[in-house]
Design a protein around this ligand. Sequence first.
Ligand code: DNO
Ligand code: MN
Length: 388
Amino acid sequence: MIQTMRWYGPKDPVSLQYIRQAGASGVVHAMHEIKNGKVWSLDALKKRKAEIEAAGLTWKVVESLPVTEAMKTRTGTFQEHIDNYKISLINLGKIGVEVVCYNFMPVLDWTRTQLAYPLENGATALRFDWSHLAAFDCFILKRKNAEKDYSQQLLAEAKRFFEHSTQDDKQQLEDAIIAGLPGSEEGYTLAGLQKAIDTYVAIDEQKAQEYLKLFLDEILPTAESAGVAMAIHPDDPPHAFFGLPRIMSKASDIKRLLSDNDSVYNGVTFCTGSFGARADNDLVQMVKDYGKHIHFVHLRSTKRDASGSFYEDNHLEGDVPMPAVVYELLEIEKQYGRQLPMRPDHGHQMLDDLKKPLAHPGYTGIGRLKGLAEIRGVINGIEFMHNR
Ligand code: DNO
Ligand code: MN
């Protein structure tokens, strides 16, 4: 596997040099400074690539080339955004990028209810709790008819949580939920979030699936000629909420994606933390079934409780059977004679990073370094056993 780390650009406190020190050979990166929906010019891309290569790293994967809300809802300036997307794909092909990761999650990208969940060892992790989400939805956002989306038990828990929350707790919850925007639009206020949710009133799951297919119908021929594979990131978490359609949460969603648009350039970012947050996703079987269409891998583990709430565990602990998944990915590499780019997806805030502001939740230097090192150990162990 090609071992990479995500780099947020020149302002990222985890510099290219740090990423090299962590042992990665490449970065995955996006032009975060360019507004969503605009073209990534060849000039800007060449400069960025030179900067990455000067640090001794490669850039083969883009995460993400954002699909704008207009594109997801097929409203407003969506056609212009699609045309720009194609130009960006062509430019990315020219600088040697091979994979574009994107998502089709409505309104919010990843969603958590806590950005600094304290672990017993003093490190912190990202966490998603259904009762906190329900509390936000029903009592902070006050979305119309939100209550009917939750069980009585969950509502009671949400109420209890809310009543025991200080103003600070409530603000932290709001900040955590609204933080999930890096690949999405620019930022939300509560009113803005409600307005964005409202744009989906007429878009149910089926419509959203149709829109994803229409997007790929338009994009894939360009992606193919540019030599850039499209890799959709699963819903994170892999469940619907806020009354929004979520269409990339489980194995059958991958199946539908691939049958709707038949091309090897149509594929997935296999995010074990996202898919793995559902007990009914058999990760090993998914790699076996769809390996040919896995173009990029996020390795991370989650620990679920009975309600489906979860926190991000150590990379080799929690519910994701990491060695088994890595083993199967290595089999896929052998079978298709290729190397899969992977990255440790998130890490804990730990050691000296606890003293620093959390610039990008989940993307601390030390936590990811630990995750990468552990996973590298797994890869080396499996390869050793193979070659023995
Ligand atoms: C979270 C990430 C996602 C991912 C996008 C891809 O940490 O895995 O934000 O980058 O969903 O479009
Ligand atoms: Mn991921």
